[in-house]
Design a protein around this ligand. Sequence first.
Ligand SMILES: Nc1nc2c(c(=O)[nH]1)N[C@H]1C(S)=C(S)[C@@H](COP(=O)(O)O)O[C@H]1N2
Ligand SMILES: [Mo]
Length: 207
Amino acid sequence: MGQPESREGAQAELPPGQRLQRGWPVTHYGPVPKFRPDRWEFSVFGATSGGGKHCWDHEEFSALPYSTVLGDLHCVTKFSMLGAEWGGVAARTLLELAPPAPEVTHVMVWAEYGFSSNLRLADFDTERTIFATHKDGELLTAEHGFPVRLVVPHLYAWKGPKWVRGVEYMTADRRGFWEERGYHNIGDPWQEQRYSYQEEPGDGPEL
Ligand SMILES: Nc1nc2c(c(=O)[nH]1)N[C@H]1C(S)=C(S)[C@@H](COP(=O)(O)O)O[C@H]1N2
Ligand SMILES: [Mo]
Protein backbone atom coordinates (compact mmCIF):
# COMPACT_ATOMS: atom_id res chain seq x y z
CA MET A 1 0.00 0.00 0.00
CA GLY A 2 1.31 3.41 -0.94
CA GLN A 3 0.66 5.53 2.13
CA PRO A 4 1.53 5.20 5.80
CA GLU A 5 -1.27 3.37 7.53
CA SER A 6 -2.32 6.19 9.83
CA ARG A 7 -3.48 8.25 6.84
CA GLU A 8 -4.86 5.58 4.55
CA GLY A 9 -8.57 5.81 4.01
CA ALA A 10 -9.05 9.16 5.71
CA GLN A 11 -7.23 11.46 3.40
CA ALA A 12 -10.08 13.74 2.31
CA GLU A 13 -8.64 13.13 -1.11
CA LEU A 14 -10.05 11.29 -4.11
CA PRO A 15 -8.33 8.20 -5.50
CA PRO A 16 -7.75 8.27 -9.29
CA GLY A 17 -10.89 8.08 -11.42
CA GLN A 18 -13.27 8.82 -8.50
CA ARG A 19 -15.68 11.74 -8.13
CA LEU A 20 -17.17 13.21 -5.02
CA GLN A 21 -20.74 12.26 -4.20
CA ARG A 22 -22.95 14.60 -2.20
CA GLY A 23 -25.18 12.73 0.20
CA TRP A 24 -24.94 9.01 0.74
CA PRO A 25 -26.29 6.78 -2.01
CA VAL A 26 -27.39 3.20 -1.37
CA THR A 27 -25.56 0.57 -3.43
CA HIS A 28 -25.89 -3.18 -3.09
CA TYR A 29 -26.94 -6.36 -4.82
CA GLY A 30 -30.23 -7.98 -3.77
CA PRO A 31 -32.87 -7.05 -1.17
CA VAL A 32 -32.38 -5.35 2.20
CA PRO A 33 -32.60 -8.08 4.85
CA LYS A 34 -35.07 -7.79 7.70
CA PHE A 35 -33.34 -7.65 11.08
CA ARG A 36 -34.66 -10.22 13.57
CA PRO A 37 -32.81 -9.70 16.87
CA ASP A 38 -33.87 -13.05 18.29
CA ARG A 39 -32.32 -14.92 15.34
CA TRP A 40 -29.26 -12.72 14.85
CA GLU A 41 -25.80 -13.69 15.96
CA PHE A 42 -22.33 -12.60 15.03
CA SER A 43 -19.75 -15.35 14.85
CA VAL A 44 -16.03 -15.73 14.34
CA PHE A 45 -15.11 -19.19 13.10
CA GLY A 46 -12.61 -21.10 10.98
CA ALA A 47 -8.96 -21.12 12.04
CA THR A 48 -9.37 -19.49 15.44
CA SER A 49 -6.63 -19.97 17.97
CA GLY A 50 -7.89 -22.99 19.86
CA GLY A 51 -10.27 -23.98 17.06
CA GLY A 52 -13.48 -22.88 18.77
CA LYS A 53 -16.23 -20.68 17.39
CA HIS A 54 -16.99 -17.34 19.06
CA CYS A 55 -20.60 -16.08 19.01
CA TRP A 56 -22.34 -12.94 20.22
CA ASP A 57 -26.05 -12.29 20.19
CA HIS A 58 -27.20 -8.77 19.39
CA GLU A 59 -27.23 -7.64 23.01
CA GLU A 60 -23.73 -9.01 23.60
CA PHE A 61 -22.39 -7.54 20.38
CA SER A 62 -23.82 -4.13 21.24
CA ALA A 63 -21.95 -4.26 24.56
CA LEU A 64 -18.52 -4.82 22.98
CA PRO A 65 -15.96 -1.98 23.26
CA TYR A 66 -16.99 0.92 21.01
CA SER A 67 -14.51 2.89 18.90
CA THR A 68 -14.79 5.59 16.28
CA VAL A 69 -12.64 6.12 13.19
CA LEU A 70 -12.64 8.42 10.20
CA GLY A 71 -13.01 6.61 6.92
CA ASP A 72 -13.92 7.28 3.30
CA LEU A 73 -16.07 5.07 1.04
CA HIS A 74 -14.94 4.57 -2.55
CA CYS A 75 -17.39 2.69 -4.75
CA VAL A 76 -15.83 0.99 -7.75
CA THR A 77 -18.58 2.56 -9.90
CA LYS A 78 -16.57 5.77 -9.31
CA PHE A 79 -18.29 7.77 -6.62
CA SER A 80 -16.68 8.45 -3.26
CA MET A 81 -17.96 9.72 0.05
CA LEU A 82 -15.30 11.43 2.15
CA GLY A 83 -14.87 12.16 5.82
CA ALA A 84 -17.45 9.95 7.51
CA GLU A 85 -17.00 9.04 11.17
CA TRP A 86 -17.80 5.39 11.81
CA GLY A 87 -18.59 3.99 15.24
CA GLY A 88 -18.65 0.35 16.22
CA VAL A 89 -16.36 -2.56 17.00
CA ALA A 90 -12.85 -2.19 15.62
CA ALA A 91 -11.52 -5.17 13.68
CA ARG A 92 -8.57 -5.12 16.09
CA THR A 93 -10.93 -5.43 19.05
CA LEU A 94 -12.46 -8.50 17.44
CA LEU A 95 -9.00 -9.94 16.73
CA GLU A 96 -8.21 -9.58 20.44
CA LEU A 97 -11.49 -11.09 21.61
CA ALA A 98 -11.34 -13.94 19.10
CA PRO A 99 -7.68 -14.45 18.22
CA PRO A 100 -6.79 -16.17 14.94
CA ALA A 101 -4.44 -19.14 14.77
CA PRO A 102 -0.89 -18.18 13.77
CA GLU A 103 -1.37 -19.72 10.28
CA VAL A 104 -4.21 -17.34 9.36
CA THR A 105 -3.42 -15.24 6.26
CA HIS A 106 -6.89 -14.09 5.08
CA VAL A 107 -10.41 -13.57 6.34
CA MET A 108 -13.78 -13.99 4.68
CA VAL A 109 -16.41 -11.59 5.96
CA TRP A 110 -19.88 -13.10 5.68
CA ALA A 111 -23.17 -11.23 5.44
CA GLU A 112 -26.87 -12.02 5.10
CA TYR A 113 -27.91 -14.03 2.02
CA GLY A 114 -24.40 -15.46 1.63
CA PHE A 115 -22.78 -12.21 0.48
CA SER A 116 -19.08 -12.34 1.27
CA SER A 117 -15.81 -10.54 0.72
CA ASN A 118 -12.26 -11.77 1.27
CA LEU A 119 -9.46 -9.68 2.74
CA ARG A 120 -5.82 -10.25 3.44
CA LEU A 121 -5.31 -10.39 7.20
CA ALA A 122 -3.07 -7.30 6.88
CA ASP A 123 -5.96 -5.35 5.26
CA PHE A 124 -8.35 -6.49 8.00
CA ASP A 125 -5.93 -5.82 10.84
CA THR A 126 -5.63 -2.02 10.47
CA GLU A 127 -6.53 0.77 12.86
CA ARG A 128 -9.36 1.97 10.59
CA THR A 129 -11.09 -1.30 9.76
CA ILE A 130 -14.32 -1.32 11.74
CA PHE A 131 -17.57 -3.22 12.14
CA ALA A 132 -19.69 -0.11 12.09
CA THR A 133 -23.01 0.21 13.84
CA HIS A 134 -23.05 4.02 13.57
CA LYS A 135 -22.15 6.74 11.10
CA ASP A 136 -21.57 10.31 12.31
CA GLY A 137 -23.07 9.39 15.68
CA GLU A 138 -26.28 7.92 14.31
CA LEU A 139 -27.34 4.31 14.13
CA LEU A 140 -27.06 2.89 10.61
CA THR A 141 -30.27 2.63 8.65
CA ALA A 142 -31.43 -0.73 7.26
CA GLU A 143 -30.33 0.06 3.70
CA HIS A 144 -26.85 1.10 4.84
CA GLY A 145 -26.28 -2.15 6.71
CA PHE A 146 -28.02 -2.07 10.11
CA PRO A 147 -27.20 -3.62 12.49
CA VAL A 148 -23.53 -4.03 11.42
CA ARG A 149 -21.48 -3.34 8.33
CA LEU A 150 -17.78 -3.57 7.74
CA VAL A 151 -15.87 -0.46 6.66
CA VAL A 152 -12.37 -0.88 5.19
CA PRO A 153 -11.57 2.70 4.20
CA HIS A 154 -8.35 1.99 2.28
CA LEU A 155 -10.07 -0.48 -0.13
CA TYR A 156 -13.02 -0.21 -2.54
CA ALA A 157 -16.30 -0.29 -0.66
CA TRP A 158 -17.47 -3.70 -1.91
CA LYS A 159 -14.80 -5.04 0.49
CA GLY A 160 -17.11 -3.87 3.30
CA PRO A 161 -20.21 -6.04 3.45
CA LYS A 162 -23.38 -4.58 4.90
CA TRP A 163 -25.49 -6.79 7.24
CA VAL A 164 -22.41 -8.69 8.43
CA ARG A 165 -23.00 -11.91 10.34
CA GLY A 166 -19.53 -13.32 10.77
CA VAL A 167 -15.87 -13.61 10.03
CA GLU A 168 -14.10 -16.74 8.88
CA TYR A 169 -10.38 -17.00 9.57
CA MET A 170 -8.63 -18.68 6.65
CA THR A 171 -5.20 -20.22 6.14
CA ALA A 172 -5.34 -19.65 2.36
CA ASP A 173 -7.09 -17.10 0.17
CA ARG A 174 -10.53 -17.70 -1.36
CA ARG A 175 -12.59 -15.27 -3.43
CA GLY A 176 -15.70 -13.62 -2.06
CA PHE A 177 -18.90 -12.69 -3.92
CA TRP A 178 -17.67 -9.84 -6.16
CA GLU A 179 -14.11 -11.17 -6.31
CA GLU A 180 -15.50 -14.26 -8.07
CA ARG A 181 -17.51 -12.07 -10.44
CA GLY A 182 -14.90 -9.97 -12.13
CA TYR A 183 -13.72 -7.59 -9.41
CA HIS A 184 -10.14 -7.35 -8.23
CA ASN A 185 -9.10 -9.67 -5.43
CA ILE A 186 -7.37 -6.90 -3.46
CA GLY A 187 -9.22 -3.74 -4.53
CA ASP A 188 -6.86 -0.87 -3.64
CA PRO A 189 -8.47 2.31 -5.03
CA TRP A 190 -5.16 4.23 -4.99
CA GLN A 191 -3.84 1.70 -7.49
CA GLU A 192 -7.22 1.51 -9.31
CA GLN A 193 -7.43 -2.23 -8.74
CA ARG A 194 -10.99 -2.45 -10.05
CA TYR A 195 -11.22 -5.65 -12.12
CA SER A 196 -9.83 -9.15 -11.84
CA TYR A 197 -8.21 -8.93 -15.30
CA GLN A 198 -5.82 -6.34 -13.80
CA GLU A 199 -4.52 -8.81 -11.22
CA GLU A 200 -0.84 -9.60 -11.18
CA PRO A 201 0.48 -13.03 -10.26
CA GLY A 202 0.13 -13.40 -6.50
CA ASP A 203 -2.78 -10.94 -6.17
CA GLY A 204 -5.33 -13.73 -5.86
CA PRO A 205 -6.31 -17.36 -6.35
CA GLU A 206 -6.87 -18.64 -9.92
CA LEU A 207 -10.26 -17.77 -11.37
N1 LIG B 1 -24.21 -7.29 1.84
C1 LIG B 1 -23.75 -6.45 0.91
N2 LIG B 1 -22.88 -5.50 1.27
C2 LIG B 1 -22.39 -4.63 0.36
C3 LIG B 1 -22.77 -4.72 -0.99
C4 LIG B 1 -23.69 -5.74 -1.37
O1 LIG B 1 -24.06 -5.90 -2.55
N3 LIG B 1 -24.17 -6.57 -0.38
N4 LIG B 1 -22.28 -3.78 -1.90
C5 LIG B 1 -21.04 -3.08 -1.55
C6 LIG B 1 -20.78 -1.93 -2.39
S1 LIG B 1 -20.41 -2.25 -4.01
C7 LIG B 1 -20.76 -0.64 -1.91
S2 LIG B 1 -20.29 0.67 -2.88
C8 LIG B 1 -21.17 -0.34 -0.52
C9 LIG B 1 -22.22 0.75 -0.53
O2 LIG B 1 -22.59 1.10 0.77
P1 LIG B 1 -23.79 2.12 0.96
O3 LIG B 1 -25.00 1.55 0.26
O4 LIG B 1 -23.98 2.24 2.42
O5 LIG B 1 -23.36 3.41 0.33
O6 LIG B 1 -21.69 -1.49 0.14
C10 LIG B 1 -20.97 -2.67 -0.08
N5 LIG B 1 -21.51 -3.69 0.78
MO1 LIG C 1 -19.71 -0.29 -4.87
